[in-house]
Design a protein around this ligand. Structure first.
Ligand code: NAD
Length: 489
């Protein structure tokens, strides 16, 4: 049946439904970017908390600035802002209806959004607006000259960006003497709280430097590490829910069972008791972030290219391949895990074992092309910092140099069997041209300072990279991985 508050008792035949009365909820959070990840992560933690009967004054009001947000608002409004979340473990699929969102503000109506942000009942403004939403350059620095931000600086009372709106909301609160809300980013960006603070303060400084100073002194921007693999929704997911659970949901969310949220306990106007539902509060999120980026995201960035060269499409199939699985394990154990600083109450080897398990999950159907895209941004964030740390500690980098060589070999544009590779990377043209030349002269691929930086200056790295690339061209991916596993590369 069609999902709505009125049909919940019917829906309960096949899915778990909220154990709280939606009418008991009051707004406490405005969230920008009501995409899939928010509804599989933050909204689930709040749903769990509300199910415990706690903190019903922390419901979510959605917000957005893009046309796609307006379309999402229509889809969700038609079902009373309820979302079906389908959680899939390797051998279990369960659906639950979640209700912590009580409204979505009209997209494009700046005055309505600013009025809500100025309402004292709102005590947190959170966001998942993707890395592209933060107006940062490759090194993570905020760019106040971006036309959209500059326009909000010129016209601060009718802003169009998330940061212009947040600044206008904070200004109204300052003028009325209302305690400022906390600004909480849940995007997958290192030091996301600092990046968000720079964007908000940088935007405010364009029109009102005194306001920018007040924000710097009075507003909290906690850093967070967030984790839950949440693929995009398509017609297949909508149909699966209808056919298997008899629920018609306009935009359900599918995700893995695992989830993690590590958050700094810095809030200017209070927070929900998220520690009751599994959120880890810490004074400094850096070690957790480091662990996740090096071991999980680095692992993704390592398996993507051998799998692509071997014509493997799905992530779980790549992990079922004994060579790729053993390659990842050796790389993590020899060159990644040993240089990740200790994380409180966490065994890094157990953390990696869990990641292997997650990557093997066939239900998620995550794809190698998705992992292989945007390598020019991902390799310098997820792989090369590990390479540099090893080199600085006088350690060898046979495996990590092989990852760079695989990436180079991939950019030559054909798989080992001769199939064309479709690139999805802003730097694809220059990388493709260099990768073709690197077949005869490997050093050509290492000239990109914005990508390789210090690493390319290491003689040891250059030697290992050249040797691995030669092997990939002469012997192919499978044999090269085998040589690496045998300690003979
Ligand atoms: P999604 O495409 O479902 O939703 C993206 C949301 O961001 C939409 O509401 C969109 O309108 C908004 N947005 C995009 N660009 C924007 C811009 N320039 N300004 C304002 N809003 C903008 O994607 P998702 O799966 O929800 O992922 C969103 C983010 O969540 C990721 O980029 C990542 O930072 C984080 N995250 C996602 C996952 C995952 O597995 N999907 C895991 C961890 C973290």
């Amino acid at each position: 049946c069609k999902l709505s508050l009125a049909t919940l008792s019917d829906v309960a035949r096949t899915a778990a439904i909220p154990g709280y009365d939606r009418a008991s909820l009051k707004a406490g959070i405005v969230h920008f970017g009501v995409g899939n990840f928010h509804r599989a992560h933050q909204a689930i933690y709040l749903d769990d908390l509300f199910n415990q009967g706690a903190d019903h004054d922390w419901a979510i009001v959605g917000a957005g600035v893009l046309p796609s947000d307006a379309a999402m608002r229509e889809k969700l409004a038609a079902q009373d802002f309820l979302t079906t979340v389908v959680e899939q473990d390797n051998n279990k699929t369960a659906a639950r209806i979640t209700a912590p969102m009580i409204d979505i503000l009209p997209v494009g109506d700046a005055s309505a959004i600013i009025a809500k942000l100025a309402d004292p009942e709102i005590r947190i403004v959170s966001m998942t607006i993707t890395e592209g939403g933060y107006f940062i350059d490759a090194s993570g620095i905020f760019n106040p000259a971006h036309p959209a931000i500059a326009a909000d600086g010129q016209n601060p009372s009718a802003p169009k960006t998330v940061f212009g709106l947040v600044v206008a909301g904070l200004k109204a609160r300052k003028e009325k003497g209302i305690v400022p809300f906390t600004v909480m980013s849940c995007d997958n960006i290192p030091h996301n709280g600092i990046v968000t603070a720079n964007a908000v303060i940088g935007t405010a400084a364009l029109s009102d430097p005194a306001l920018a100073d007040w924000i710097r002194a009075n507003v909290a921007f906690p850093n967070a590490m967030v984790d839950r693999i949440t693929p995009a929704t398509g017609q297949r997911e909508i149909d699966f829910l209808r056919d298997n659970f008899e629920i018609e949901d306009n935009w359900p969310v599918y995700c893995e069972e695992f989830k993690q949220w590590v958050l700094e306990d810095k809030f200017t106007a209070g927070r929900p008791a998220l520690e009751k539902v599994g959120v880890t509060f810490v004074p400094d999120v850096t070690p957790y972030e480091h662990m996740k980026i090096r071991i999980l995201n680095g692992g993704h960035a390592a398996i993507a290219y051998p799998a692509a060269l071997m014509d493997i499409h799905f992530v779980h199939d790549s992990m079922e391949d004994p060579l790729i699985r053993a390659f990842l394990a050796k790389l993590e154990n020899d060159e990644i895990i040993p240089i990740v600083p200790p994380v409180p109450n966490t065994s890094l080897t157990d953390y990696f074992a869990l990641i292997e398990h997650r990557l093997l999950n066939p239900k998620i159907a995550d794809t190698i092309p998705r992992l292989a895209q945007d390598g020019s941004n991902r390799q310098p964030k997820f792989i090369l910092p590990s390479t540099l740390d090893n080199l600085r500690q006088g350690r060898d980098v046979v495996g990590l140099a092989l990852v760079s060589a695989l990436w180079c070999r991939y950019f030559a544009g054909k798989t080992d069997s001769g199939k064309d590779i479709v690139f999805n990377d802003a730097s694809a043209d220059r990388l493709h041209a260099a990768a073709l030349k690197a077949k005869d002269d490997p050093a050509v691929f290492l000239v990109f300072d914005d990508i390789f930086g210090e690493v390319a200056k290491s003689e040891l790295f250059r030697k290992r990279f050249a040797h691995a690339l030669k092997s990939l061209w002469e012997k192919g991916t499978r044999e090269t991985l085998q040589l690496y596993l045998d300690g003979k590369l």
